[in-house]
Design a binder for this molecule. Sequence first.
Ligand SMILES: [Zn+2]
Length: 138
Amino acid sequence: METVPARRGKATPLKQGQSIRIINTHGAQVVDTWAFTAGMLTEFMSMEHTRATLTKMVPRVGDGLYTNRRRKILTMTEDSSRGDHDTLMAACDSERYILLGVKEYHDNCTDNLFAAMQGLGLTPPECPCTAPGYLDTR
Ligand SMILES: [Zn+2]
């Protein structure tokens, strides 16, 4: 088990059939989650495509999460969160904090995604919309 410090990110390679459990140990902050297809970072988990495939706004246990090529990349297998998963809001970024009036650099999920992926030697083409939860690959 790895602990991700607050306001930081972590990227972990998964093979088909592996699971990842994401636990918010304290606080009420969301845990932004992305998934990219190995070897093809232009295919990634897409909330737009997931909503269209599920024909609902919020995935539930047993639902698949789909890529921008409409292929299932993860399955939500558990969910102990207290609220609904947001599939609409973009990940926070420096621009959002500037709009909120923050004058200094503020850690943000978009920069955390890129830093975490760089830790694996990877650079995603963009920061897709995110989804938190307990997920299994395909
Ligand atoms: Zn954020």
